[in-house]
Design a protein around this ligand. Structure first.
Ligand code: ZN
Length: 159
């Protein structure tokens, strides 16, 4: 399981996910607090709600991530809608399924943590804000996910 979040230009990030067999990539805009939404969505997999949803604004497309917890695994579905201004309330089934995978929660959380820590290492909080403009680096959300992952997942990978 690999995940990457690269600040590719001012107001844009390239989000990549691949599970060893298929890969998905999207260009995410700063219109939403996308990285915070991602961290909160993954952190939500440690709570009582089995399903988490968040959307990235691809200007104009909506890319909706639907994460469903199934015991120790997470089923990930990424759906694409042509116009986010029209689809925000649309049911999941109306969007085209562009990527799906089922992976252990611990591997998904670990991959997301590593990617966000890399963003912080490369840019720092000040550099992040200069690039993302509308939203500060999600330090609190990162810390929350790190705490949940380390407490609940028994992760054997290096941190
Ligand atoms: Zn880990």
């Amino acid at each position: 399981m690999h995940f990457d979040w690269e600040l590719s230009g001012t107001g844009w990030a390239t989000c990549s996910i691949w599970d060893g067999s298929t890969k998905h990539r999207g260009s995410v805009s700063y219109c939403t607090n996308a990285l915070a939404d991602l961290l909160e969505g993954v952190a939500g997999l440690y709570g009582l709600h089995g399903t988490q949803r968040f959307s990235f604004d691809l200007e104009p497309a909506e890319e909706r991530w639907i994460l469903r917890r199934r015991s120790s695994d997470v089923h990930i579905a990424i759906r694409r809608f042509p116009d986010i201004s029209a689809s925000f309330d649309a049911p999941d089934g109306k969007g085209a399924l562009v990527w799906t995978s089922t992976r252990p929660r611990t591997l998904l959380a670990h991959a997301v943590l590593m990617a966000v820590e890399k963003v912080l290492r490369i840019h720092g909080e000040d550099g992040y804000l200069r690039k993302w403009r509308l939203h500060a680096f999600p330090a609190t959300e990162l810390e929350t996910l790190r705490r949940l992952h380390l407490a609940a997942d028994d992760c054997a990978l290096q941190h």
